[in-house]
Design a protein around this ligand. Sequence first.
Ligand code: AVI
Length: 322
Amino acid sequence: MSVNLPTFVSCLRSAAQGPAEELAAGLMQPAAAIAPKFFYDSLGSALFAAITQLDEYYPTRTEAAIFAAEQAAIAQALHARLPPGFTLVDLGAGDGAKAAGLFDALKPGRYVAVDISEPYLRGALTALQQRFPALPMTGVGLDFAASLQLPAEALDGPALVFYPGSSIGNFSPDDALRLLVQARAASQGGALLIGADLMKPQPVLQAAYDDALGVTAAFNLNLLRNVNHLLRSDFDVADWSHVARVNSTLGRVEMHLQARRALAVRWPGGERRFEAGEGIHTENSHKWKAASFEGLLRDAGWRDVRRYTDARGWFGVYLAFA
Ligand code: AVI
């Protein structure tokens, strides 16, 4: 058996705006906002991993159960359409565990892991390569939320673009459509396997984003620590509260950080004053109707859409072809 070493490509330094500029611009908007990608420093990633273990947070375990139950059917549908040895492109790969759990069933010929956190990706992919020494692996450091343009080294014929975890819900419907169009181009005539969280009763959603242990509150507040690090700002976490709100009109759960008192936040070259009770919008998590998400995939050009779901219809795993 030949033993591969993972290769790495960085596409992060080409970003037009650095994180400090992006954060300052978001804070200076009339309704202050910080993009959810800034949750995921190392403590934020650990807190998100803890969220996925919570009784209240149903998406991760529901999606895992769907993959466990349906992986043979998904593999059969894929192998009927994609050539052997296709590339699996894993968006927001993290530790690669979700994709690795499907390697045996899906049998990709190559694994391309894409993530915004390059140091984390390097460590994770090097460890994963030890477990799967015969599978060629490439790590791509890329902020695909800004634009999903894969480098030439990552493109190699029809690919399965894998985007689990319902992170597509963290995009506005317009941005989700744009990403799905780009994913179709990146698949080079291949396929998409994606997880989307579906609409469900309001109390279930409220509890999932405001758990009794306060882990989601810590996850939301930790964002300010990361902003302090990136922007050299002086947020005091103790001045802020976690707020999760179900917005039924827009079909989403919103997370905000709310100022406990009137205060000012300063950073080199900028300052923002907040009234008591004023918020910073930190995340939207859209919950789709099953048919609307299928419509979104079709609008993005995906065809032959199949949906796999759980008995309660809480989560959808969608397979679609370019
Ligand atoms: C990563 N993303 C799909 C999670 C979600 O449910 O929107 C992030 C999260 N926010 C609060 N809890 C989990």
